[in-house]
Write a protein that binds this ligand. Structure first.
Ligand SMILES: *Cc1c(COP(=O)(O)O)cnc(C)c1O
Length: 464
């Protein structure tokens, strides 16, 4: 019976598609989850949706994000709202304890967002005027603006082309007497090579701050990222794997560092280890970036699902990668051997237009979107964006740095990142919520891509 079913499915797929459609069948069958096969065969045989055919999928069928389950998520939030205690108090402390426990660090400080978590962590690690911080170019802008907010200079370390992460092999060439912190980013939620980076930091007496804003519950050797550096930063912005709307956290095993961060984000009021070293009153210059009670209550609700959701994302990402192996010209982002779990805030891969017979990446993306598969081209080249020259032109920077140091042509030359340039021109992203769909739904992503591949010539001619 099973034998018969397999061969029938095989038959449908092979005959419906021609091209590389036939290649899909063995993978689907080997994976043993081919319930979607007849529907896929149908979609593969129709015209590309962008040219008037029926779409592979309906965009509205992907899981919505964020998720909200009134029965389980609302009681605590309502309690907080009705209590009238909305400014930082016990629920924020509870959330911080839970988050520190989950990541495996001694301490956690919740703040308004991930951007300011980075700004504050860097400032309290001592980064300021005249310092350099090593950053990767393939990241969200906040990684870099956090350095500039502290009047320091971001120095770009090009990426490892396979993993898209800051390449450890390229770090030492960028270290100068001014380097203070290495700031790697677990990009897309896949872990950085922290062991190598920590070893380099130790050798050169540098601090390490992990930007884990996309990497909730990603692991290296079973240990969660954010706990490897001197400190780690998380974001709880709406799109992130633990969404609160806005929110961020700094985690660390260093009491003094977190206490200083606490004081800084609470108007300079002494906290923890700082109490006793001073009398009353603010002992340091500070600002106010406090988290609020109802945000923490939302966070606690989201935290209950994070582990299970992370497992589902990993399983679906692995299945999708397996399906994409059959399609020439697509290479998913890789992890280092010691990465035991990823967060998959995004699923990223490289698109090789030549393998798609010259179909441009933008047209590939348009076709996928028309098939009901949302996607994007991802980051643009951060290391050449105008905000850098703008900052270097400010009075503050001109007071701190020499004309030569602020010469943007020289800066761009020293911060040239050819591997990143290439990735920015080739990347294709899917968002994390898509990986929360059914396992068989991954087959529709592969089918949309396959259909685009099979019709690449016609698409190229029509989408001029
Ligand atoms: C989202 C993000 C941030 C900033 O977090 P916000 O909470 O949005 O301020 C920083 N770094 C990376 C890599 C991010 O993805």
């Amino acid at each position: 019976m099973a034998e018969k079913k397999h061969s029938r499915r095989d038959f449908i797929i092979k005959n419906a598609t021609g091209g590389i459609g036939a290649l899909l069948a063995p993978t689907l069958l080997a994976a043993g989850g081919a319930s979607a096969a007849p529907a896929i065969a149908e979609t593969l045989s129709s015209k590309p949706a962008i040219l008037g055919g029926s779409p592979a999928w309906s965009e509205s069928r992907w899981p919505k994000w964020p998720r909200w389950v009134p029965e389980t998520d609302e009681p605590k939030v309502l309690d907080v709202l009705r209590s009238g205690v909305w400014s930082r108090a016990g629920v924020v402390t509870e959330f911080e304890k839970e988050w520190a426990g989950a990541i495996g660090t001694k301490r956690c400080l919740a703040v308004v967002n991930g951007t300011n978590a980075l700004v504050v962590a860097l400032s309290q690690m001592g980064v300021g005027a005249g310092d350099e911080v090593l950053v990767p170019p393939y990241t969200f802008i906040s990684t870099v603006t956090a350095v500039l907010s502290n009047n320091a200079v971001p120095v770009f370390v090009d990426i490892d082309p396979a993993t898209y992460q800051m390449d450890p092999a390229k770090i030492e060439a960028k270290i100068t007497p001014r380097t203070k912190v290495i700031l790697p980013v677990h990009i897309m939620g896949l872990p950085v090579d922290m062991k190598r980076i920590n070893a380099i930091a130790k050798k050169h007496k540098l601090l390490v701050l992990e930007d884990a804003c996309q990497a909730h519950f990603a692991e290296i050797d079973g240990k969660r990222v954010g706990s490897f550096g001197d400190a780690g930063c998380f974001s709880f912005q709406n799109s992130k794997n633990l969404p609160i709307g806005e929110g961020g956290a700094i985690v660390s095993n260093n009491d003094q560092l977190i206490d200083k961060c606490f004081s800084y984000t609470n108007l300079g009021n002494p906290y923890g280890t700082a109490i006793g070293s001073v009398g009353t009153g603010s002992f340091m210059q500070g600002t106010k970036l406090r988290f609020s009670e109802y945000q923490a209550a939302v966070g606690l609700a989201m935290l209950k699902r994070l582990d299970q959701e992370t497992t589902i994302r990993n399983e679906n990402a692995a299945y999708l990668s397996q399906l994409l192996k059959d399609i020439p010209g697509l290479v998913p982002q890789k992890t280092y051997p010691d990465a035991t779990r990823s967060a998959f805030h995004l699923y990223a891969m490289r698109y090789n237009a030549d393998a798609f017979r010259g179909l441009k990446r933008d047209d590939f993306l348009k076709s996928l979107r028309a098939e009901g598969v949302p996607c994007s081209s991802g980051y643009t080249r951060l290391n050449v964006q105008p905000f850098l020259a703008q900052t270097f032109g400010t009075q503050t920077y001109r007071k701190i740095y020499s004309k030569k140091e602020l010469d943007i042509a020289t800066y761009n030359k020293n911060n040239h990142c050819p591997e990143n340039d290439k990735l920015c021109s080739e990347a294709v992203w899917f968002t994390q919520n898509m990986l929360l769909a059914e396992r068989s739904d991954m087959e529709f992503i592969a089918a949309a891509i396959k259909k685009t591949y099979n019709n690449a010539d016609q698409l190229k001619a029509s989408l001029k």
